[in-house]
Design a protein around this ligand. Structure first.
Ligand code: PGA
Length: 245
């Protein structure tokens, strides 16, 4: 059976109270399945509660962002070592909302990946083209640059996850075609194999994200290089998240 990792990206949603209710409902409904892994990335404030409620369980906890420095005068920021001490095992990095709304560049993404891996956390590094880049035929060029920046920072014996999320498919209800997802995932896989060798390159989890929901998940799961999903909107409800899982 194919391995699949489901990563819930809550973005800036849910108060601590709402997250607490989600946890109650989730625990009542969740049944672990073989070859499936679940990572939930709530906002920073909810991470300690997730740690407390899900220690010794199959649910892994991730953050949505971090700073590249370990500590210091960076008002409002949170470091990878802090995330580790709070119980995170994963950290999303380079999400398109960080790239477009917070001006994060490939270079920033590289620095964060180094910091995340240095702390022994697993980066979930996002790549994806905008609608304009796709229209200009630049999709693979953009993906290549983003993946190169990730691989420049990546320490080969540490774990890495890549998420392909076409920017125009995020939160829009538009999903890339099966052929497009297949093409980009294959392209990323071939780059990984070229840089890291066949065994390691084939072992890296590549997620698809962008309007994944219970209706389209099964078909996307059938694509050979898709080894999981990064789910935004549909991860906010226990029922839709578990239908995808
Ligand atoms: P979406 O978000 O599932 O709501 O499109 C995905 C993401 O941004 O990670």
């Amino acid at each position: 059976m194919k391995f699949m990792m489901i990563v819930a990206n809550w973005k800036m949603n849910k108060s601590v109270h709402e997250a607490g209710q989600f946890i109650i409902d989730f625990k009542a409904a969740f049944e672990a399945k073989p070859n499936r892994e679940m990572v939930i990335c709530p906002n920073f404030l909810c991470i300690p509660m997730f740690k407390q409620e899900f220690s010794n369980s199959e649910i892994n906890i991730g953050a949505q962002n971090c700073h590249s420095e370990a500590a210091g005068a960076f008002t409002g920021e949170t470091s990878a070592s802090m995330l580790k001490s709070a119980g995170c095992g994963y950290c999303i990095v380079g999400h398109s909302e960080r790239r477009t709304l917070f001006n994060e560049k490939n270079d920033d993404v590289s620095k964060k990946i180094r910091a995340i891996q240095n702390e022994g956390l697993i980066p979930i590094a996002c790549v994806g083209e905008t609608e304009g880049e796709r229209a200009r035929g630049d999709t693979l060029g953009v993906i290549a640059e983003q993946v190169n920046a990730i691989l420049e920072a990546h320490v080969p014996d540490k774990k890495l996850i890549i998420a392909y999320e076409p920017v125009w498919a995020i939160g829009t209800g538009k999903v890339a075609t099966i052929a497009d997802i297949h093409q980009v995932h294959r392209f990323i896989r071939e780059k990984l194999i070229k840089r890291l060798g066949t065994v390691v390159g084939n072992s890296i989890v590549i997620l698809y994200g962008g309007s994944v929901n219970p209706q389209n998940a099964k078909e996307i799961e059938g694509i050979v290089d898709v080894s999981g999903f990064l789910v935004g909107g549909a991860s906010l409800k226990v029922s839709t998240l578990l239908d995808i899982y």
